[in-house]
Design a protein. Sequence first.
Lengths: 386, 607
Amino acid sequence: MHAHFSPTRRALLAVTFGAAFAPAALAASPQGEPILLGVSGPLTGPNAQYGAQWKKGFDLALDAINGAGGVKGRPLQYQFEDSQADPRQTVAIAQKFVSDPKIVVELGDFSSTASMAASSIYQRAGLVQFGFTNSHPNFTKGGDFIWSSSVSQADETPRLAKYATELGFKKLAVLYLNTDWGRTSQTLFSNAAKSLGAEVVAAEGYQPDEKDFRSTLVRVRDANPDVIVLISYYADGALIARQIRSVGLKTPIVANGSVYSPKFIELAGDAANGVFTETNFFPGEQRPEVQNFVTKFRARYSEDPDTFNAVAYDTIVLMAQVFDQFGTERAGVRDGLAKVKDVPSVIFGKATFDPETRRVAGARAVYLEVRDGKFAPWDGVKPTTN
Amino acid sequence: MNSFIDYTVNGLVIGNVYALLAVGLALIFGVANLINFAHGSVYTIGAYVGWAAITFLHTPLAVTILIVAVACGALGAAIERVALRPLQGRARIAPLLATIGLSFVLDQLVQLIASPNPRALPVDLPDWRISIGGGSVGPMDILIAGVGLSSAALLYGFLRFTKLGYAVRATAQDRDAARQMGVNVDGVNSAVFAIASALGGVSGLLVGMYYNHIDPAMSFQATLKGVVAVVIGGVGNVPGAIVGSLLLGLTESYGIALFGTTYRNLFAFALLILFLLVLPNGLFGGRKAVEAEPMTGTFIAPSRALRVPDYVVAALAAGAFALPLVAPAPYLLQVLTNSWLAGLLALSLTLVAGAAGQMSFGHAGLLAIGGYASALLATDYGVMPLVSVPVAGVVTSLLGTALVFPAFRLRGHYIAIATLAIGEIVSLVILNWESLTHGAMGVTGIPPLSAFGYEVTSARAVYWLTLSALVAFALLQARLSSSHIGRTLRALRDDEIAARSHGVKVTRYKALAFGFAGFGAGVSGAISAHLFSYLNNQTFDSQLSLLAVTMAILGGMGNILGAIVGAVALVGLPEAFRFAAEYRILIYGIVLLLLVRFRPQGLLGTT
């Protein structure tokens, strides 16, 4: 079986399972014409940190792939165009990419506002727009060239509801980021929670640039919940967790997977302790895809990766495999995404797309709890509720 | 009842945080008569300087505060010296624009040096809390209140009882008279910027510690809330700024109590509008505050417009129409399409600001109204875009004029702040009126531009279409400007009282200008909606409003060709600097500063 692997397949295995499977040092450095991926994402503006996180994930994957001979002897490269996650700029970038024959696939953008404005240009031009953080339920409905590996909220949020009820909570107060992402999650979460017999006693949406939650927490407290559920990113999630504790509320906190980041603990401080969350990706998990990624990431950046690093890394690995198996024609990439099977993935374990929805199902999930300032697997002990 | 106490305490706590910023803004506003948009950037820099001191030098809190105050004080003095003093005597719009350019530059520098990721800013304070009602306040709350109140008291004493304080107040009242009396006006300005910036930096540090969170994007929202608090308190009034901040905090907190968290900012901006209408001088501003506003056209730079012969304009237009035939690169065409759409926006703004003297800082709100009107008509009611786009223009024209109507009697900075608030209100109403606008989910699947089944989708076709709309609108506007209506509008801009005493019905003419301008902006927003196929409340944000102002000023207020040139420049420059990746917005800010410095009347001059 191994004998049938092309050199690139071996390189990919090297990338995803570590050097033990294929001696990377023996592979020649790739010489051919580079395969170019266009990236549209924020490098400046209010979302710039996410673009910076992507870059780390991309670079790590590219080093590994190109260090192991590239794809069919050609190096992979990306061209990162800063969009500031602004729709006016993403449409211009889209025109730039679609008319540049060297670009074989487009990755991004970050927000729905910015990405979906450009979808119709990619669709009409027949260049795959691959949004790996685009969770808006209508994102991939833009056409057969619009794909996403973003974990579907329809997958993830019911699992969070299940976790909350398994923890023994019955009366839930939900704080959600008032964006398309937060709104969708909140609706799916509430429906799932109700079907599991729990009750949503309060739901409060907040603006992305909000910093003060004290009055919101009075509303939450007055609804008398036995848990506060956060549908937040790590920065705002940390702010809320801190304020919950500093106003003296003892209510336990369950937060969705996107708070999973070392930054969450740094920003929330002691208030992070006792927060329950679940994640698609946990550095402590023993799967080889995860361990290989985490080891390399720590070695290169001297810090722990977060989910944004992981999804960016996964995307490059996925694309390398698609190019290797199905070529680098633009339409071929689309067809390849529909056919490619079981791509090793940090987030999904093995990623396979549903050709109908153009999304991946079955993200991995690990139940976590923050203990002593660290994310740790949930020990199965239910918190005592009053 | 218990909760009512909690909401009150929480309102005061957050008001306390706003006050720190508002005091510095009020001081600068009072003396330099300037909304300092760079104040938020100084606040951010203060937070990062403090972070660096704590992280690398392990300084205790008192020393950290001192370092931040000195560093930001020096920065403030430098801002005054380098960016603002050369603009003295120029129209007051020039320093305003310079502070906007500065805020881009400073925010970008912070982001480049410190990385965009948020950081923790832990504080070493004892961990006790005083319970009040169901909540509590901690040492940080008390420290912030202490710094806010004591700095306000110190400033008050300084302004009242010291010699430099006299000089500052004299300068604020009448700069020229003060200079003639031997006051070192430049020195006073420098001192004011240093003091206000030192305070701004310390507030950034304290707020960062309060939330244990600092990030390079924190400045805009901070400036916005600070400005609201300052207006409520009465511009230039330092104790007023504190009371205004507390009132703002309370209003937000009660707003949350009554309607929920997503209504918070709606309450904040509604309070602002209410004050502007009922008490435009704020709680503590004397009558003086209004008189200090420009009575004549000093807000906008008077200058001779650059005469561009008609045949040159015609040739340029013909060249623009022919361009896709010789240079069909879709990227270029798309950038220019964006420029034409921005041009419609800038034309609209230059009409209300340059011709009628109504500086609008909320013009993106008009785009949003137009965009949503056309998008909803097309998606939810099946109207074809050929019809929905002009209908959206009419809707924007009517709705926009109605929204700004109550603000017509305001002038100068006040109309700028009122329109800024109206722009925010439009965005917040879109977010909250879910049954009509789909709320945070936005409108998806907006059909492309089409008429009778023919879709306009190619880059070239869209280019021609938007260019035609722009040219048509520009011609109409030129016709309007050269008519008696245009003359009357300019009379209004240059001296409203004189115009009124000549029997001009001021409100009607302003409404006419807004009505016409609203149509153009509405059409621009509507076309954008069909191009993007997706809209949400963030598509047309307040940053875009600021950009529109910059375009109109860059081209020369009231100058039709100038507005288009400004739009092409400001859409084109960031694209041209793409090679510079992370540095491009920094370069853009510097270019903007240089333009303001050397050509404050705009590229083509004011008409």
